[in-house]
Design a protein. Sequence first.
Length: 256
Amino acid sequence: MRRIQGVATMNRIRPADEIPDATSESDSRAAGDAALFALLLAERFAGPAWELARTEMARYSLGVLRGWLATGHIRAELRAVGRGADLTAAEIHRLAIDDHFRDDLLDATVAVALHDFRRRALLGNGWRPGEAAMTTYLTRRCLYAFLDELRIHRRAQQRHQRTIDAVTRHEAARPESDHYAVHDSVRELTGRDRLRHQLAQLDERDRNIVWGKAAGHTNAEIAEIFGESGPRTVERRWSALMAQHDWIARLGRTPR
């Protein structure tokens, strides 16, 4: 497949007298970016040219961001755009060592940033020829998208923890069970681990419904909080979950 000049070019080893100076390389890249942007804009950022361009841009940004996260340099880059305090030390550590967590977050980040790049370009308030390279511009936009995606992850984690807490409280209220007696901290921790494992088997939508029910919300409230189409949809899914899982059925029978 032909590569588009201005986004990525194949490198080759050349004699010293063939290597252009930095200025000419910069000018060539800027001209290539300008020509590519004009082509993409004329085609409304749709079609084969955009597909290839965004693939190359995504590859570049992912490589840069992975390096920043693996080394912790991401915080310095966030400080440069006035957002350095938005990332905790614990999150930096996890992003450096947890490949799955990091890649999931970065994939979503770059996808959002590319969508934003296209939207801004079509509105006329995005990248402009003569500025930093398009790949550099996209990577900077990724910093903002990254923080947005991190906040989404934080909220999901908080909902997950609330689900565990709510289910634990209702399990503890069962009169036939002493799993959570104050004097038996080992059994309490074991029970929490069991509930965490059970909840982890559910997808996010089902976890949300279980949490809402365990927390005492009505079907209408759950639908509003989590964006379900309506209370009947919540009730149908809740009924299906109770039929599929005994531990959820017990929640349904626990007085609230």
